[in-house]
Ligand binder design. Structure first.
Ligand SMILES: *Cc1c(COP(=O)(O)O)cnc(C)c1O
Length: 425
């Protein structure tokens, strides 16, 4: 594709492109916006081909053919909607983007090859040398790399703050700050950032607020309704939710997507595979059922773990003893499915416990139907220096549990026997 049209163009924007590429779109946008979330997750964005299939079609195609030379010319001039090349837009990817867009209540959305592709594009697409980024310091490891290592190499300065500390945000945000970026709850210690308050501080200097909403999922937290400008997801987590493939998505205003994000993604190329988009699209159909069941189970398990003699402390957003319980209630509609807890015996006890587990699997992933547990200090956060880990509260006895869809009785029995085994070791 050497001869690319200037962007943004109607022909390369998925929403516009979809109109002529399929015979029927699902419903008027106004209808979809008024549907309950569960209904949106099943129906929003569906486009049917001439065969009127029940399940969304998987369009495994790189490109598209034109009826004639004039049509190709028109499409490149954007005078006619339609697909050009799957690095720009693809019907299956467009269905996934549209379902997420409606569900999140955003103006526009673009899928990406992974969560990190989404974060990198969202953060960098509007920045230039000389700009300043402020982020929470408790970030997913690769997100920290983007802010702390990558940005400065291109002359973009960055400041990291303790997410729960509003005064620290106030001090760090300057007139030159262009992007404010954080995840809430954070990984793995479940620190919260006050989305509304930090958005106000950022907007006072005209900065774009980008929230990594992976831990809360779009089921439990709506950053845009609280003032955020852009929301990013690793769809690899709860959106697929069944451990099959990588993907990501960025949601924001039409102006942000058309002017910054779309050209960045289109020309740098971290496109979402149509196959992965199809898996994610089907994953969305069960998202509310899965997340609700996982949250209910996690709430029970968090209380059981907190009452266990071998455990020093439990961090769970749905518990009254969470350090920011009031903020959790204000901006989240559920406690989530991640529990962090610390064993009394440090690393030795944590490893003995992990090795004695039978149902719960040791893995650094999360948001899966299978319960997964990780020891952050030696895996996901092992790149950080010991003093930084300490500052973030990631002790050697800390474990992060992602609660799956197994019966919570079985999960507790598994942890109870493993805790007893660890105590004897
Ligand atoms: C997993 C994760 C990412 C990165 O997503 P990938 O799909 O693995 O690239 C970013 N942010 C958070 C909070 C995550 O948990």
């Amino acid at each position: 594709m050497s001869d690319t049209p200037k962007e943004p163009t109607a022909a390369t924007s998925p929403a516009a492109a979809s109109a002529s590429a399929v015979t029927t779109s699902n419903n008027a946008i106004g209808d979809m916006a008024s549907w309950a979330p569960q209904t949106q997750l099943v129906h929003a964005g569906t486009m049917r081909s001439q065969f009127c299939e029940t399940s969304e079609a998987l369009f495994l195609t790189q490109g598209y053919v034109y009826d004639n030379a004039q049509q190709a010319e028109e499409r490149f001039k954007s005078e006619e909607g339609g697909f050009i090349y799957s690095r720009y837009a693809n019907p299956t990817v467009a269905m996934f983007e549209e379902r997420m867009r409606v569900f999140e209540g955003a103006q526009a959305a673009r899928g990406t090859a992974s969560g990190m592709a989404a974060v990198t594009a969202a953060v960098l697409c509007g920045l230039k040398t000389g700009d300043h980024v402020v982020s929470a310091r408790a970030l997913f490891g690769s997100c920290r790399y983007v802010v702390e290592d990558l940005c400065p190499r291109f002359g973009i300065s960055s400041t990291m703050v303790h997410g729960p500390d509003l005064d620290a945000w106030k001090a760090a945000i300057t007139p030159n700050t262009k992007v404010v970026f954080f995840e809430t709850p954070s990984n793995p210690t479940l620190d919260l950032v006050d989305i509304e308050a930090v958005s106000k501080l950022a907007h006072a200097v005209g900065a774009t607020v980008i929230v990594d909403n992976v831990f809360a999922t779009p089921m439990l937290q709506r950053p845009m309704a609280l003032g955020a400008d852009v929301v990013v997801y690793s769809a690899t987590k709860h959106i697929d939710g069944q451990g099959r493939c990588l993907g990501g998505i960025v949601l924001g205003s039409k102006a942000y997507v058309d002017d910054h994000l779309h050209p960045f993604l289109k020309h740098t190329g971290p496109s979402l595979s149509p196959f992965n988009a199809w898996v994610m699209l089907k994953g969305l159909e069960t998202l509310s059922v899965r997340v609700n069941a996982q949250c209910a189970s996690a709430a029970v398990l968090a209380d059981q773990l907190a009452a266990h003699g071998e455990i020093a402390r439990v961090l769970y957003c749905g518990r009254e003893d969470h350090p920011q319980a009031a903020l959790a209630k204000k901006q989240m509609s559920g406690g989530g499915q991640i529990i962090a807890f610390e064993l009394k015996g440090g690393k030795a006890a944590a490893f003995a416990f992990l090795n004695a587990l039978q149902i719960i699997k040791i893995s650094n992933n999360l948001g899966d139907t299978k319960s997964l547990i990780t020891h952050p200090a030696t895996t996901t956060h092992s790149r950080l220096k010991a003093d930084v880990r300490e500052e973030l509260g990631i002790s050697d006895g800390l474990l992060r549990l992602s609660v799956g869809l197994e019966a919570s009785e079985d999960l507790f029995a598994d942890m109870d026997q493993a805790l007893n085994a660890a105590a004897q070791a």
